[in-house]
Design a protein around this ligand. Structure first.
Ligand SMILES: O=C1C[C@@](O)(C(=O)O)C[C@@H](O)[C@@H]1O
Length: 263
């Protein structure tokens, strides 16, 4: 990790996010329970540090009992791999179309079910919905990953830093942003915003990435610039630019062995 302020690390299922090499998170993207179970077994075999259930891609999203029972069944098949629960809405590049009330209720009910280890909250949802998820999660000891996605472009550095600071001020345990670069300069903007956030503001782990092929370098270099986790695929990717877990692990280990950490 780049030099910076002391970080309040996040530990789930024996995995500590915010120290050492970036942790690998693998998305589960199936539409049916059968597809998800097969994928969960393949993911467990690939040994990422965490799995992410992209529930917005699940056909049963509207049925909260089906969501909870599927989450429980996924946990069994993940064989100890901690599970991040993510409902990505259309506004942020996902498929879910939920009003703020339904969004808050879905996330709060999954947290209450104790079936998931971490929960993602899109910090740009209404303040009451975001606060409800944060409060319920923290009451149940579940860390929250606040997130923001810009699928069209890369905001200026100061704007990226400001968004990450806002997530931190809201009380998220991990602050995450994904942007779409259109030039090498955009990738540098994301990396420099990550470095500045880590060195000057952050007291908790960050996850940042520039998406697409142009941004791939940002998915590999978190240990240098200050991103504590990175998404890698087993089969289907959940966003442009994700590479296979085995290749990703090789790159992260190479950087780790080479002394990529600066503190
Ligand atoms: O927020 C993120 C990051 C991501 O969009 C990526 O670019 O790897 C993939 C999503 O599944 C995840 O929820």
């Amino acid at each position: 990790m780049t030099t910076g302020r002391a970080i309040k690390t996040v530990t789930v299922g024996g995995v500590t996010i915010g120290e050492g090499a970036p942790k690998i998170i693998t998305p589960l993207t199936g539409g049916t329970p059968e597809e998800l179970y097969a994928q969960a077994e393949a993911v467990a075999a690939a040994r990422p540090d965490l799995a992410e259930w992209r529930v917005d891609l699940f056909a049963g999203l509207a049925d909260s009992n089906a969501v909870t029972s599927t989450a429980r069944a996924l946990v069994n098949r993940l064989a100890g791999t901690p599970l991040l629960f993510t409902c990505r809405t259309r506004a942020e590049g996902g498929r879910a179309e939920l009003d703020d009330e339904a969004y808050g209720e879905l996330n709060a009910s999954l947290v209450r079910s104790a079936a998931v280890d971490l929960v993602d909250v899109e910090y740009r949802r209404s303040r009451p919905a975001v606060e409800r998820v944060l409060r319920t999660a923290h009451e149940h000891g579940v860390p929250v990953v606040a997130s923001n996605h810009d699928f069209d472009g890369t905001p200026p550095k100061d704007e990226i830093v400001a968004r990450l600071c806002e997530m931190q001020e809201l009380g998220a345990d991990i602050c995450k942003i994904a942007v779409m670069p259109h030039s090498a300069a955009d990738v540098l903007t994301l990396l420099d915003a990550t470095r500045a956030m880590r060195e000057e503001h952050a007291d908790r782990p960050l996850i940042t990435m520039a998406m697409g092929g142009l941004g791939l370098v940002s998915r590999l270099s978190g240990q240098v610039f200050g991103s504590a986790a990175t998404f890698g695929a087993v089969g289907a990717a959940s966003a442009p630019g994700q590479i296979d877990v085995a290749e990703l692990r090789g790159a992260l280990e190479l950087l780790d062995r080479s002394g990529a950490a600066t503190d």
